[in-house]
Design a binder for this molecule. Structure first.
Ligand code: TYM
Length: 334
């Protein structure tokens, strides 16, 4: 249950334009609840460098996430929008939490297993391995109570709670244990071309992923080629019709219609009609976001000002928390 004094923290890696999965699973929810709570939305560039990045591109992508935050409707007067690496306490606390975490716990993280698969474990970066300690630091620095994310982050939030509890038990009450906040439908949007795989920035098949700045024609094309299930009815059945359920989930988020209402709307119609309708509602929903994204991209100074302000506010809170953490652990001269 969310209560008034709740504090929200979430973040996105600046590794390219965001897609509809990021939007539905995370950012859309943020915009809906931003006015109710104190919110920190971070651009996690230190997490981005756990895999190789081109420096110039990373800077560009970092600013582009700021533009996206504003384009989807996050209000910088209400929320603290900032870049992770500009608040050095994140890296400092990550080190301390890395000393609290156990190798076995980190080894069980499925994200590390997935991401290290390609190049092999031996050749994977140490940063990729300790990624969850940095994520825990992000969350715990601000006494976060709620973390709105997609369900691929569930294991990381569980580890964050575990590390916070272990630290509190050993050093005295210091950190708040956060709760995850998942979308009821849409915590995991699947690829349009392979409904068994989540929609992902790293998906090699670009046709399965709708980017937030895709042109209308591209969206039409991608949705018209989306995989569907056998049979023909537009019915929400996650077990038997996972592909259609995924498309219906997208429809639900674009329009606010319930699954039942979507079923009624398309009763007696085939997948073709449904996909045409879906493309229309996605285009309509994304059009103002895409337009604003282009505008913000053209006004980098405005983004810089917002990020300066966010950095100062986040730094102030993080500095206070780290004084306590250092004191608890016995670091420095006190
Ligand atoms: P990232 O950048 O991979 O993804 C950003 C957000 O999008 C969600 N998401 C999805 N939701 C539904 N369906 C999908 N197909 C889909 N793909 C991605 C993710 O769950 C996420 O909420 N580790 C995080 C960033 C992070 C963070 C944090 C988040 C770093 N520190 C502290 C919360 C709190 C990540 O890699 O997100």
């Amino acid at each position: 249950m969310i209560v008034m004094q709740d504090l929200l923290f979430s973040g996105v890696k600046p590794t390219g334009t965001l897609h509809l999965g990021n939007y539905i699973g995370a950012l859309k929810k943020w915009t809906e609840i931003q006015h109710l709570y104190q919110c920190y939305f971070c651009i996690v560039d230190l997490h981005a460098i756990t895999v190789p990045q081109d420096p110039a591109q990373l800077r560009k992508d970092t600013l582009d996430i700021a533009a996206t935050y504003l384009a989807v409707g996050l209000d910088p007067k209400r929320c603290t929008l900032f870049i992770q690496s500009e608040v050095p306490e994140h890296a400092e606390l990550a080190w301390i939490l890395g000393c609290v975490a156990k190798m076995g716990e980190m080894e069980r993280m499925t994200q590390f297993k997935d991401k290290s698969q390609k190049g092999g474990r031996e050749r994977s970066g140490l940063g990729l391995f300790s990624y969850p300690a940095l994520m825990a630091a992000d969350i715990l620095l601000y006494d976060t109570t709620i973390v709105p994310v997609g369900d691929d982050q569930t294991q990381h939030i569980e580890l964050t709670r575990l590390l916070a509890k272990r630290f509190n038990d050993k050093f005295g009450s210091t950190f708040t244990l956060p709760e995850i906040l998942l979308q009821k439908h849409g915590a995991r949007i699947m690829s349009l071309t392979d409904p068994a795989k989540k929609m992902s920035k790293s998906d090699e098949s670009k046709s399965g992923v709708i980017m937030l700045d895709d042109e209308a024609d591209t969206i039409h094309h991608k949705i018209s080629r989306a995989v569907t299930d056998s049979g023909s009815g537009v019915v929400y059945d996650l077990e038997k019709k996972p592909a259609v359920a995924n498309l219906m989930t997208i429809y639900h988020h674009m329009t606010g219609k319930t699954m039942k209402e979507i079923e009624t709307l398309y009763a007696g119609k085939g997948y073709g009609d449904f996909k045409t309708g879906l493309a229309e509602v996605v285009i309509e929903h994304l059009a103002p976001i895409t337009k604003k994204l282009k505008e913000y991209r053209e006004h980098p100074q405005e983004l810089q000002n917002i990020l300066d302000h966010g950095r100062d506010a986040a730094h102030h809170a993080a500095r206070e928390k780290m004084k306590l953490v250092r004191d608890r652990v016995g670091l420095g001269r006190g």
